[in-house]
Design a protein around this ligand. Structure first.
Ligand code: FAD
Ligand code: SF4
Length: 834
């Protein structure tokens, strides 16, 4: 069969998607040629913000790498810009771009000394997308001024920010805020300028916009609304400040403009196609030339332009049906859309209309100012026509569905906001039609997810994502994917861990704690009794015990079978079934007497190895279980807790006592921290350090909590650092002046981590999951009003701490507890529990 020549102009989200859809229907019908002005395969543009803020690497966001085109037999002209469609000769003409050409520039590079590319066509699809719109700003252009649209833009912004102290983003819309958040991670002071009276004027009402401003400011971003930039001034060739229309100025080193987009329509214009604000198409995505179609952001359909991906998926499906002849009557009739802000630490969704159209519209609002929660529904007749969810977006999935279905809503409005969101019931997800789009970022339908679960055996959200791309955009559909897995997977063995705190009790952590408190459950067995239908799960016991100890402190009712062997005998089990003993040496500073005692004990009990640990303590390795109580009694030193999931040790450097560089007394501070929080139970081990200056000899930057002395007698507190299998520099939580302030904030962070981290989640994962800006807002600005309680709780935990050996050495839990080794099962247990 002679293949028809199909030329696709634009290799972005729409161009690549429509090709995927065509290949799904008829892999053999077309010889496909694609032109892309960017020198890459196809990438997920909506994840550019993640690249800018460092969450993703550029390579993480490619959807179709160059090899994909080869495999599918597609001829790709990457880095070639189309300048003309010759409708008479039925050819498409492109010119290669150089590194300095901008792919979305409105002026075409001269083909004079470049080899043009000419491709014949039977059909053409235009998918040229949009270019950023720049309002008249004198001085825009050249070094230090940027737009935010492509991977190259991201790289240029990041490179330039590395040598800047201040950055301004002009435009407080969705992309402007994402750019601002991204810039913050490059260590610059960021200001956002918005011409409208509030942020995100297209999606938010006045109240929502004002609240969002406070949230952004709590993150450290300065926001000026109702300010119009007139010009950018330079000094010695570098940007020095902005000038506003009212004559005031603002110093800055760089400027990113994000003030809207405009469809790229030149080639359509030049070819004489009908163009309004975008390239005009009918419901079959056909232009006024029978053989030329258009799809994506460059399109004007029924008078509407779209600037989000969701319509693209629908348009691409329709166009593929039409062009392959699968369903020539397929029709795209427009999209109802939701906008979700992808700024770490801000929960915001806006769908449909933001303000009532008249007095008859019913407006339902719910506010919790202290938590930054604002929710608004606009109901017309008995239909939902608009929603704003800020600060709390659990109702998103359900409300989006209600808005799209257009069905009448319950007269009980609270049910709309709070009723269904808890978790979609199985009946809900079972009843969803197969064609319903679940992942809007990647255009994945329920049918595709169901197939991945049933046929590809994807029983976790991650596996579904790898198989279908669902859930790999903004992540807001993960809950529904999880419910679909529950509904369609036969074997769910690996799933509960993803959401439950422990697999044996079907509740995620905050709900589990709430239930434990409400039902006054103080032992592991009562938790199983009350919350898991009486079914005990051995794997869950240790995690539950840890949670209960953190929740109730001394009121916790210990059950020894809920303890891991290390916690049963208060020592670290070793490969050969012996144990290691680590006496506590506060801050790593010991004395001659203490050393002699440790040495004497080691000799008396024939300890095979005495080792200095990486954490500045002394490890007595190879201790027989039956010797443990005697060793501890002879040592008379508290346990260094080298085993349990708890606050461990605080390493220190020489600090001011002897070091020539010391700026702060790191030894004293390390000892104070270690004494204050020793042994406190936590979701995972917490290792700390204090350094006397930024030379960081005690490696404080890579500890769960690190404190570093800086000039001016101040201390910087870092959290979430790691230097094990994962290496991560901690995030700066705060800079404070006194040891007391250090102790207070460290305690507050530890308590918040104890309450909100998953079992076995280290602080580095936790800090990344919550986001340092959110943590600052909660722990420093007290956005949730919980700091006082956190301070009290950690104090309570500290005051109820008892050195286990003081108790155990005198009183074994049962008569022969320390006599003879436990069996191989103990070692197995050790392996299972990490
Ligand atoms: C930073 C950022 C974040 C975003 N976040 C979201 C989000 O969270 N949710 C959401 O729904 N949407 C988001 N969007 C919008 C979304 O990315 C766009 O709606 C989508 O990319 C549009 O797809 P498209 O294919 O029409 O255009 P594009 O993806 O821009 O692709 C068009 C391609 O055509 C190429 N091209 C243009 N002219 C020519 C020519 N003459 N010859 C050859 N090639 C040409 C361009 O170089 C480009 O690669 C975001 C956009 C950006 C920039
Ligand atoms: S971190 Fe600074 S103060 Fe501490 S030992 Fe090293 S150089 Fe000295």
């Amino acid at each position: 069969m002679n293949k028809k020549n199909l030329v696709v102009i634009g290799n972005g989200m729409a161009g690549a998607r429509v090709v995927e859809e065509i290949l799904k229907r008829t892999p053999e019908m077309f010889q496909i040629t694609m032109f892309g002005a960017e020198p890459y395969g196809n990438y997920n543009r909506i994840l550019l913000s993640n690249v800018l803020n460092g969450t993703d690497k550029a390579t993480d966001i490619f959807m179709n790498p160059l090899s994909w085109y080869e495999e599918k037999g597609i001829k790709l002209h990457a880095g070639v810009k189309v300048i003309k469609i010759d409708r008479e000769k039925k050819t498409v003409i492109g010119v290669p771009l150089t590194r300095n050409d901008c792919p979305y520039s409105s002026s075409n590079p001269s083909p004079a000394n470049r080899q043009t590319v000419v491709e014949p066509y039977d059909d053409v699809i235009i998918a040229t997308g949009s270019r950023p719109f720049v309002p008249p700003i004198e001085g825009f252009g050249g070094p230090g001024t940027f737009l935010f649209r492509t991977l190259d833009d991201c790289a240029r912004i990041a490179d330039y920010a590395a040598n800047c102290q201040k950055a301004v983003v002009i435009g407080g819309g969705l992309l402007g805020l994402e750019a601002a958040r991204g810039l913050l991670t490059h260590g610059v002071l960021v200001t956002v300028i918005e011409a409208a009276p509030h942020l995100m004027p297209v999606q938010l009402d006045d109240e929502g916009g004002r609240l969002l401003k406070s949230t952004m400011e709590a993150m450290g971003i300065t926001v000026y609304c109702q300010q119009i930039v007139k010009g950018i001034e330079k000094k010695n060739g570098k940007i020095s400040h902005l000038v506003f229309h009212d004559g005031t100025t603002l110093p800055t080193d760089m400027v990113v403009v994000s003030t809207g987009i405009r469809p790229i329509v030149e080639i359509a214009n030049e070819a004489g196609l009908a163009v309004g604000r975008g390239i005009m198409t009918n419901d079959q995505m056909r232009t006024n030339d029978e053989n030329i179609f258009a799809v994506g952001e460059c399109v004007e359909h029924r008078g509407q332009l779209y600037g989000l991906v969701e319509p693209i998926w629908e348009q691409a499906r329709t166009l593929a049906d039409v062009i392959t002849g699968m369903n020539p009557q397929a029709a795209y009739t427009g999209s109802k859309m939701a906008t979700k802000l992808k700024v770490m630490g801000v929960e915001l969704v806006s769908m449909g209309e933001k303000d009532p159209a008249g007095e008859k519209d019913e407006v339902v609002t719910y506010r919790e100012p202290n938590r930054g929660v604002y929710q608004k529904l606009i109901i017309r007749g008995d239909r939902l026509v608009g929603t704003i969810l800020l600060g709390q977006v659990q109702a998103y999935d359900h409300l989006l569905q209600v808005l799209k279905d257009g069905n009448s809503v319950s007269p009980d409005r609270t049910e709309l906001l709070f009723g269904q969101q808890e978790s979609k019931s199985l009946t809900d997800v079972l009843q969803m039609p197969d064609g319903l789009q679940i992942c809007n970022c990647n255009g994945v339908t329920k049918g595709e997810i169901r197939k991945a679960i049933r046929k590809e055996n994807c029983t976790s959200v991650l596996k579904v994502g790898l198989c279908t791309k669902a859930g790999q955009g903004c992540g807001s559909c993960k809950n529904v994917i999880f419910q679909l897995i529950r509904a369609y997977a036969d074997d769910l063995s690996s799933d509960p861990k993803e959401h439950y705190y422990v697999p044996g009790v079907p509740l995620e952590k905050s709900r589990l704690i709430a239930a434990i408190k409400a039902k006054n459950l103080k032992s592991v067995s009562t938790v199983f009794q009350e919350l898991a239908g009486g079914k005990e799960d051995a794997v869950s016991k240790v995690g539950l015990a840890s949670l209960l100890r953190s929740t109730w402190n001394e009121e916790y009712k210990d059950e020894r079978d809920a303890r891991f062997i290390n916690d049963r005998v208060h020592a670290n089990i070793q490969r050969d079934g012996t144990f290691s003993v680590v006496p506590r040496i506060y801050g790593g500073v010991t004395s001659a007497d203490e050393l002699i005692r440790i040495g004497t004990v080691a000799k008396k009990y024939n300890v095979p190895m005495v080792k200095i640990t990486g954490g500045q303590r002394i490890d007595l390795l190879g201790v027989k279980k039956e010797d443990l109580p005697h060793i501890w009694r002879d040592l008379g030193i508290p346990s260094g807790h080298a085993y349990t999931k708890a606050v461990r040790t605080v390493k220190s450097c020489v600090g001011t006592d002897f070091c020539r560089y010391g700026l702060g007394d790191s030894i004293r501070l390390a000892q104070e921290i270690e004494r204050a929080f020793q042994g406190i139970e936590s979701p995972h081990k917490i290792k700390m350090a204090a350094a006397g200056c930024p030379r960081n000899c005690s490696e404080a930057y890579v500890k769960d909590v690190g404190v570093v002395a800086i000039e001016g007698g101040k201390w910087e507190i870092y959290i979430g650092g790691a230097a094990g299998g994962t290496v991560r520099k901690g995030d700066l939580l705060a800079t404070v002046e006194t040891h007391e302030e250090v102790l207070k904030l460290v305690g507050r962070f530890i308590q918040y981590y104890r309450e909100h981290a998953k079992y076995m989640e280290r602080t580095y994962g936790f800090a990344e999951r919550i986001g340092i800006d959110r943590l600052k807002a909660i722990l420093i600005e007290d956005e949730m009003g919980i700091c006082k309680r956190l301070d009290q709780e950690i104090q309570k935990a500290a005051s109820t701490y008892v050195d286990p050996w003081k108790k155990e050495a005198e009183l074994p839990a049962y008569p022969h507890q320390f006599e003879g080794p436990e069996l191989v099962q103990v070692l197995q247990e050790a392996v299972n529990n990490g």
